[in-house]
Write a protein that binds this ligand. Structure first.
Ligand SMILES: *Cc1c(COP(=O)(O)O)cnc(C)c1O
Length: 407
């Protein structure tokens, strides 16, 4: 396997279609999918050297696969990191991060607004192995600093958050981590490297669910950690080749091809999301809109600085209501009145998805925890796809216009 040689200084859009490994002897222009579990060794002596890790070469797909390598090389190029290591899902990437960096007795500081399964992984699974996690407010840097202990090894953030789009200051959190001798990992699912490259702001690790915008078409589950080559070689690869949370070559190929259109999709989806958010702000049945691209967003300036001037593809809004019951009824009415949007909690698809976080993604926490987090029964999240803006407005207006409001 040789990585394709490219001239220096290429732009992200070019890297997205051009990086990867060299084609096979047939010179295919579209990347090959190497759908194989094992690789024939030229002779017994070569096999011995490869198993002894004295010589490069593929042996078995749990240890390495050229399609997976191509996907890793391309993702690292987009994130601006030296290397990346692919995993079977986004959650497997966070599991791998924890297995690589944490030991019994270590402490983690994590935003309280991260993806629900991330909280369950830290609090449910890592806790079994003697790792303790403190959750802090996403946007309060002093709370992160105050939570640091002598045994803190990792700070974990996700920005913007789901569904309320709170934005944290990556550089400020990196400074807190580094002055404590800890590392900062940022889950970059929502922005993707097309908008935001967390290592440029000092993050040490970038986490991806390739399931979202990298694939971009809702086809596969995939994940990755972006970091240095030395960390891949010394920390993460020894774990994946033994523990086996590797990405299948088929899924790697889908994500590899998905990344080719990442930038163009993200720009289009962000433009539509901004238009939708602006329109929602002017709807009488909408009481609040959460979108980093709106000047009214509390971290608007920071988001514009960190996210290449774009607000991202996810918009949340609250429908007018009197109490929790009417909030839920009204939100359900708006969701059920759509004829174009898909009712699903997934995001990162070309198809716009709409969901009610309080009863789906955030249903497993208590009503008190939900209200503390600001996720009311009237809240709706829209992950904007590639449909025409007028069709999306009409789809959401259908339910809003027929809402009966007695408040
Ligand atoms: C979906 C998601 C994950 C988990 O990714 P999977 O590929 O579903 O395992 C992690 N973080 C964020 C922000 C997500 O949206």
């Amino acid at each position: 396997m040789t990585v394709k040689k490219l001239p220096p200084g290429l732009h992200l859009d070019t890297l997205a279609v051009r990086t990867g490994i060299e084609p096979s002897q047939y010179g295919e222009n579209s990347e090959t999918m190497y759908l194989t579990s094992s690789f024939i060794q030229p002779d017994a002596a070569t096999a011995a050297r490869r198993f002894a890790q004295e010589e490069e070469g593929y042996m078995y797909t749990r240890v390495g696969n050229p399609t997976v390598t191509s996907m890793e090389v391309r993702l690292a190029a987009l994130e601006g990191t030296e290397a990346a290591i692919a995993t079977s899902s986004g959650m497997a990437a966070i599991l791998l991060l924890g297995m690589g960096l944490l030991r019994a007795g270590d402490h983690v500081v994590c935003s309280q607004s991260v993806f629900g399964s991330t909280i369950r992984l830290f609090s449910g699974e890592f806790a079994k192995f003697g790792i303790e996690t403190t959750y802090v407010s996403q946007t309060d840097v002093s709370a992160w600093a105050a939570a640091i202990r002598p045994n803190t090894k990792l700070l974990f953030a996700e920005t913007p958050t789901n569904p309320l789009t709170d934005v944290c200051d990556i550089q400020a959190l990196a400074d807190v981590a580094h002055s404590a001798g800890a590392k900062l990992a940022v889950d970059n699912c929502f922005c993707s490297p097309s908008l935001q490259q967390p290592t440029r702001f000092g993050a040490d690790y970038v986490i991806h669910s390739g399931t979202k915008y990298l694939d971009g078409q809702g086809r596969v589950v995939a994940g990755a950690i972006c970091c240095t080559q030395k960390e891949v070689d010394d920390i993460f690869l020894p774990i994946t080749r033994t523990a086996g949370m590797v990405l299948s070559p088929f899924n790697a190929w889908v994500v590899l091809k998905g990344m080719e259109t990442l930038s163009i999709r993200m720009k289009a989806q962000c433009a539509t999301a901004l238009e939708l958010a602006t329109w929602l702000q002017n709807q009488p049945q909408v009481t609040r809109v959460f979108y980093p691209g709106l000047p009214s967003h509390p971290q608007h300036a920071l988001a514009m600085r960190q996210q290449s001037g774009l607000g991202g593809p996810v918009v949340s809004f609250e429908v007018r209501h009197k109490d929790a019951a009417s909030g839920r009824a009204n939100a359900f009415h708006v969701i059920d009145s759509t004829q174009v949007c898909s009712i699903t909690t997934n995001l990162g698809d070309t198809k716009t998805t709409i969901c009610h976080p309080a009863s789906t993604s955030h249903a497993r926490i208590t009503e008190a925890q939900r209200s503390a987090a600001g996720i009311g029964q009237g809240l709706i999240r829209v992950a904007v796809g590639l449909e025409h803006i007028e069709d999306l407005k009409a789809d959401i207006a259908r339910g809003l216009d027929s809402l009966k409001v007695s408040a």
